[in-house]
Design a binder for this molecule. Structure first.
Ligand code: PLP
Length: 421
């Protein structure tokens, strides 16, 4: 689904050039994808969406029918998600939670805390006593547990299995389990273990990681004579930007999780994918402003750039894209054109790092033609450095939304920016 869907293509070609660049999301495609993912997951696997991948309210709402809850990783995400999809279960994770964030989460009735350190555990225990004196707060300590050598090697981002700021050190696991089971913290209830170790693995490798997490967690619980109701094995399902038509094998992953669950009859597994749920439903669409040769290579400069779509710069890939011809040319001067060449698509920023895609085959590419960059539905706009060089912000279009969704957080638009539709 790198090529824009028909609905997205029509919208991109219909927009006046002054309303580009624009993010265009196909929510019908997102719903269909989420339903297909859900259908692959066996019973006793809960699906939470990691909101950090794309927290647009329309995206959160479109996913609501297919997910069991949302993973949030800051006070900002917490407030935002609670407002966008009210009443849905939230799990609060992420390192460096502040006392104010924890109190806000307790006030909002957050059901699960992924605790990242022993200090955070002490803080949560005391704040839970103060804020919810009559209740118990669900806790899943996040462990940076050891995995077999090389098992994270194919990943694009490893958060665990090696020294990192994420989660609790496995050497402290028995101490932490002791604290959570010996009555030290009466306002906390040990629900299970959380471990998000890695992003960007294919199904067989991610299953092996999930198996290590479950085995390690069950052994830990057995040592303490307690039953673990839940293990959260994290997200990390790959999106392959170099092979954009390939998909994470959800069917194989679901079958593997079912096999794992068959060995643990009273365990619930939880997964919290981000990228692999939403990457495919978004396109960053723009137009070519200029085309020119440089030292034997061809370049096209497009409206916008990596300040809107930082993903290729941060991950070092070429963003998959589709070139769309536009025959209208409103100017009295000649259109610059390149034919039969490989073209590098760069943005408007004054840095050589502002490259969206290299070596794009172009039978013909002219100023005024359009480009739709695919796989732009996750870790795209929300991880980008929007204000660098003060270009206008892109428009946002949510195709297939039941109605205009309020609560936008991007207003006001910079001059020349397009309105949301
Ligand atoms: C704790 C946690 N859970 C889930 C995710 C989602 O990962 P992905 O988008 O690779 O599925 C992340 C990403 O950083 C994370 O840190």
């Amino acid at each position: 689904m790198t090529d824009p869907t028909d609905a997205v293509r029509d919208r991109v070609l219909a927009l006046p050039s002054g309303e580009l660049p624009a993010y265009v999301y196909d929510l019908a495609a997102l719903r269909a994808h989420a339903a297909a993912v859900r259908a692959c997951l066996p019973e006793r696997v809960e699906l939470y969406y990691a909101a950090k991948a794309n927290p647009e309210p329309e995206i959160l709402a479109a996913l609501s029918a297919y997910v069991d809850g949302y993973e949030v990783a800051s006070g900002g995400e917490l407030a935002h998600v609670a407002e966008a999809v009210p009443g849905r279960p939230l799990a609060f994770g992420g390192p460096g939670k502040t006392p104010a964030e924890i109190v806000a989460a307790l006030d909002l009735g957050v059901e699960r805390f992924h605790v990242e350190s022993e200090y955070e555990l002490r803080m949560l225990a005391e704040l839970a006593r103060q804020v919810r004196p009559g209740g118990r707060v669900g806790v899943l300590p996040r462990f940076n547990l050891p995995v077999a050598a090389g098992s994270l090697a194919g990943s694009s981002l490893a958060m665990g299995g090696r020294p990192s700021p994420f989660g609790l050190d496995p050497a402290r696991a028995d101490t932490v389990m002791g604290l959570l089971t010996d009555g030290t913290y009466p306002h906390l209830e040990l629900k299970g273990v959380h471990a998000h170790l890695v992003s960007g693995l294919r199904a067989p490798e991610l299953l092996a990681v999930a198996e290590s997490i479950v085995d390690w967690s069950v052994r830990l619980a057995e040592r303490h004579g307690v039953h673990l109701a839940e293990v959260n094995v994290g997200g990390g399902m790959t999106v392959d930007y170099a092979a954009p038509d390939e998909r994470f094998d959800w069917a194989a992953y679901g079958t593997g999780l079912a096999r794992l669950l068959a060995r643990h009859s009273d365990l619930t597994l939880r997964i919290e994918p981000g990228r692999a749920l939403t990457a495919y439903c978004g396109w960053y669409a723009t137009e070519v402003l200029d085309v020119k040769p440089s030292h034997g290579e061809e370049f096209a400069v497009v409206r916008g750039g990596t300040h809107h779509l930082r993903t290729p710069a941060t991950k070092g890939h070429d963003q998959p894209c589709t070139l769309l011809k536009v025959e209208d040319w409103p100017h009295p001067w000649d259109r610059p054109v390149v034919r039969g060449e490989l073209v590098t698509l760069a943005g408007q920023l004054c840095t050589p790092k502002d490259v969206l895609a290299r070596n794009v085959p172009a039978s013909e590419l002219r100023a005024g033609d359009r480009v739709a960059f695919g796989l732009a539905g996750a870790y795209a706009w929300n991880i980008s450095h929007h204000d660098f060089l003060m270009h206008p912000r892109p428009g946002f279009h949510f195709l297939g939304a039941p109605g205009r969704v309020s609560g936008r957080h991007r207003v006001p638009q910079a001059p020349g920016g397009a309105p949301q539709t």
